[in-house]
Design a protein around this ligand. Structure first.
Ligand SMILES: Nc1nc2c(ncn2[C@@H]2O[C@H](COP(=O)(O)O[C@H]3[C@@H](O)[C@H](n4cnc5c(=O)[nH]c(N)nc54)O[C@@H]3COP(=O)(O)O)[C@@H](O)[C@H]2O)c(=O)[nH]1
Length: 868
């Protein structure tokens, strides 16, 4: 009994201790069945932020969140408690300050002896901090999984046996499989079955050793879609260093990899100047390596719209050859139509598609059923080729995305290679061919001729070089304009080519000069060829609505007789051409050694003349011009003289044309002007009355727009008036089409310098021409004067010319008066001025001074002139 009482006391004490311990660590509260708080320990009050007085009478619902109160849950739980059922859970409650706290709580109904619920006892622990941590952790995990699933990187987790455990959303999107579909399968067998066993072993060894493995691989998805993927596999080891998992990440690098794989090789080949066909074949091979299910082909489309196979060795040559030269069009298979439309053409069923109706018999026997062709465009967007895939198996949607990327990469590269080739061809054309006629230019002609000459030398054969110069080409150019001249040259080039053999070489040197090289050719063959050429050239030709009679002067030099190299042969053929030209139009002439001698002489003379002009070796003589009425000096004409050290006196009739030909005439004119003005000024200083000086200027001197200023300076420098100077022009100036000529003439005239038309009556003496030129003087050509005494017509003409001059208020000077009879006749006709040996030959300045002094002394006897 005592023992029992002791045991009971101990048990009570223990219960009390437990309750006290519970009371110390837990928050405890008791609620009436209606929810009124009837007891709360210190922990509870503290947790809820209440004093005992504030807690008293509060209802349980006042601690609950509006969300809980608004839901059915609250009523359900409370009813269940009131029905005697306990409830445990994590609950959110509101403190007195409105903040929320999280409790791990147990609600226990307190029953009376009859089992009726008297109160609800709540025992709770504050887990607010833990709850916040867990929430944060969950959010972190949620975000992580979002990253994993939302990322485009495919992530795959496999175990140590390489069996797939999990794939992320990115994997599913990229490859089409969900985790459920691929769990348990090995990644390599699934994605890259082509991978070698050797690599698989290395791969596993590395992972087992804890080392990550990275590689770039072509991988295949659920529907056959292919990607070029960058794969990084990271092994996850456990605490014991055992390989437990592998996390592999696969990134789609198809586009960049394609560009890299293709561009690397192709651009390198281009940089190494490999031929176009080789570069494009490389593109096809690379494509077929990346996508073995296709056969690639590249065609070029030329400027005429004809197709030419460039690459695609996997297609039989017999097939490609049949496409060569086929014109693009609206129904010309996939390629011809793609180039025609300048848009991709995809034909999935060649057998049925009308685009292939004329060509399917070529391709179907080869086992191809589909063809996808894309135009290759130049930088202006025009089709210059096609890039095509031929398929033996039906195409799939999955593969076409991959193929599209290949097409994009390749057509760009092909365009680059083709455009580069076109640019090179254009450069070649510009560098070696004449832009106007398309004939080889001087450089190419030289190179080809060198080869032909070397071959002729080796085989001991003759070879002819023809120098062809069109007759009167300048006139066509000047009268019909340059476009007409160009057309004439193109036409002549084509006619020259027509008469030549395949082995002959034709080229254009410059202007209207062509050269032809005829290998294995004797003089007879040359003559025949030239005869045919002249006949062909003479065939009617209408340019700019004008019918032209074309002829050419041709010079011929023969290898080896006339020279052993092209330079010599062309030079000698040129000399022979001059010889031919001097004989009239449409002639030809073979080179001779006499011609050569003359040419050498001419060259020597040219050199000496240049030197004389530079070193003051030229002089001026002056021929008096006489006023017929008074017998007084009217003026003097300055005439150039040159005494050559070996040749002696060289006639101006020889060195003036030479100066024209070798471009010295403008310098000579400048010198003559300066010297004549200087001399006139000097005479005047000496007190000699020389009224004016005439200077001969060639038409080319008037091309110089600076001539008027130069004349004005010269006159100023010598204190002369403009009317002291007369410039003698020849009628050929009327044919000069240089735009500067008329402007210069007008300016010189406006300055007050007189202009005289020399040799009048021999050339283009037309009144309309004369009116255009502001001349003050005409000089009757001396041929009329020479014939005056014996020729009625000459007399009539000289009279008519005088009439023309008078009607235009021009002074007419009779040239070349040698006899007194001529002089009388001219005076009777009314000529106001005369010049000729009768009065004086051209004289040196000193002789002219003596002449003047003598005349002045004899003045009474000399005037009138008839007394001469
Ligand atoms: N552009 C330049 N042309 C010039 C210059 N100096 C001369 N020439 C031209 O050269 C041609 C030949 O000239 P030249 O041998 O001096 O002959 C001139 C006279 O000597 C000659 N003449 C004069 N009177 C007579 C004569 O009674 N009988 C006869 N047989 N010949 C005579 O005529 C030439 C002058 O002719 P023209 O100039 O037409 O007045 C000649 O065309 C010169 O023009 C020069 O510096 N620049």
């Amino acid at each position: 009994m005592q023992e029992g009482a002791a045991h009971g006391a101990l048990s009570q004490a223990l219960q009390l201790a437990q309750l006290q311990a519970l009371d110390r660590v837990m928050a405890i509260a008791a609620f009436e069945v209606d929810g009124t708080l009837c007891h709360a320990n210190a922990n509870y009050l503290k947790l809820m932020g209440l004093s005992a007085a504030q807690a008293r009478g509060r209802c349980h619902s006042s601690f609950c969140t509006p969300a809980l109160l608004g839901s059915d849950k609250y009523e359900t739980i409370w009813s269940s408690l009131c029905a005697g059922h306990a409830y445990s859970g994590i609950v959110e409650r509101l403190r007195s300050d409105g903040s929320s706290c999280w409790l791990e709580a147990t609600y226990s109904p307190v029953l009376d002896a009859q089992g009726r619920v008297l109160q609800i006892l709540k025992v709770a622990t504050d887990i607010t901090a833990r709850h916040a941590r867990e929430q944060a952790q969950q959010e972190h995990l949620r975000r992580l999984s979002l990253v994993a699933d939302a990322s485009d990187t495919a992530v795959l987790i496999s175990d140590g046996a390489s069996c797939i455990l999990h794939v992320n959303g990115g994997f599913t999107r990229m490859f089409g499989w969900t985790t459920e579909e691929v769990a348990g399968r090995t990644p390599i067998a699934l994605l890259a079955p082509q991978m070698s066993e050797e690599f698989v072993n290395i791969y596993r060894t590395e992972l087992r050793a804890g080392r990550p493995v990275g590689r770039e691989e072509i991988v295949v998805g659920k529907n056959g879609q292919r990607y070029w993927a960058k794969v990084i596999s990271n092994p996850i080891l456990d605490a014991d260093g055992q390989w437990r998992y592998t996390v592999s990440m696969l990134t789609d690098i198809t586009r960049s990899k394609m560009h890299e794989a293709l561009q690397h090789r192709v651009l390198e080949a281009m940089a190494r100047e490999r031929p176009l066909a080789e570069v494009l074949e490389m593109v096809c091979q690379e494509v077929e390596r990346i996508a073995p299910e296709v056969t690639a082909s590249i065609l070029e489309v030329d400027a005429q719209g004809l197709m030419h196979p460039l690459a695609g060795l996997s297609l039989p040559a017999s097939y490609s050859q049949q496409l060569d030269g086929v014109a693009i069009g609206p129904q010309v298979g996939s390629c011809g139509t793609a180039a025609w439309r300048n848009a991709p053409v995809l034909v999935d069923d060649i057998a049925q598609d009308p685009l292939w109706s004329n060509y399917k018999h070529l391709i179907l026997p080869l086992g191809y059923h589909a063809c996808w062709s894309t135009p290759i465009r130049n930088s202006q967007g025009h089709p210059i080729g096609t890039f095509a895939f031929y398929y033996r198996e039906p195409r799939t949607d999955a593969s076409s995305a991959f193929h599209q990327q290949l097409v994009d990469a390749c057509s760009h590269l092909c365009a680059l290679a083709l455009e580069r080739e076109h640019a090179r061809a254009r450069i070649r054309q510009l560098a070696f061919y004449d832009g106007l006629t398309g004939l080889p230019n001087r450089s190419l002609l030289q190179a080809k001729a060198d080869q032909a000459i070397a071959s002729a030398a080796r085989n001991d054969e003759q070879l002819a070089v023809l120098f062809i110069d069109l007759d009167r080409f300048k006139q066509v150019n000047d009268s019909l304009g340059h476009p007409a001249g160009d057309e004439l040259l193109r036409n002549v080039a084509s006619r020259v080519q027509q008469v030549l053999r395949g082995s002959d070489i034709a080229g254009r040197l410059s202007g209207d000069e062509f050269v032809a090289v005829l290998p294995q050719c004797d003089a007879e063959h040359v003559a025949n060829t030239i005869e045919r050429l002249q006949e062909l050239l003479a065939a009617p030709l209408t340019i700019a609505e004008t019918s032209l009679a074309v002829s050419a002067s041709i010079g011929i030099a023969m290898f080896p007789a006339d020279g052993r190299d092209m330079e010599t042969l062309v030079h000698r053929a040129d000399m022979a051409m001059y010889q031919a030209k001097s004989q009239g139009r449409g002639r030809f002439s073979f080179f001779s050694s006499e011609m050569n001698r003359l040419a050498q002489e001419r060259l020597a003379l040219e050199t000496a003349l240049r030197k004389a002009l530079q070193e003051g070796g030229l002089r001026l003589h002056y021929q008096p011009q006489i006023d017929m009425a008074s017998g007084q000096l009217y003026g003097v004409e300055a005439l150039a003289r040159w005494t050559h050290a070996e040749l002696g006196e060289v006639s101006p009739a020889r060195f003036i044309p030479l100066a024209e030909e070798c471009g010295l005439i403008a310098d000579l004119g400048r010198w003559a002007l300066g010297e004549a003005c200087r001399q006139l000024a000097q005479w005047r200083t000496q007190g000699l009355a020389v009224p004016a000086v005439s200077v001969n200027l060639s038409p080319s001197s008037f091309h110089n727009l600076d001539l008027p200023r130069m004349i004005a300076d010269t006159l100023d420098r010598n204190a002369l008036a403009p009317q002291d100077l007369t410039l003698e022009l020849t009628e050929s100036i009327l044919l000069d089409t240089n735009p500067s000529t008329m402007k210069t003439i007008d300016e010189v005239h406006a300055h007050g310098v007189r202009l005289s038309m020399d040799d009048f009556g021999t050339g283009y003496s037309s009144l309309s021409y004369l009116r255009r030129l502001p001349v003050s003087e005409l000089k009757l050509d001396r041929s009329f004067v020479a014939d005056l005494e014996h020729d009625e017509a000459a007399r009539a003409l000289s009279s008519a010319i005088l009439g023309i001059g008078k009607s235009l208020h021009l002074t007419v000077v009779a040239e070349g008066v040698e006899t007194a009879t001529q002089n009388v006749m001219l005076r009777e006709q009314g000529y106001p001025v005369a010049q000729g040996f009768l009065f004086s030959r051209p004289l040196s300045p000193q002789d002219l001074e003596q002449w003047l002094i003598r005349r002045q002394a004899e003045a009474p006897a000399l005037a009138p002139v008839a007394q001469l």
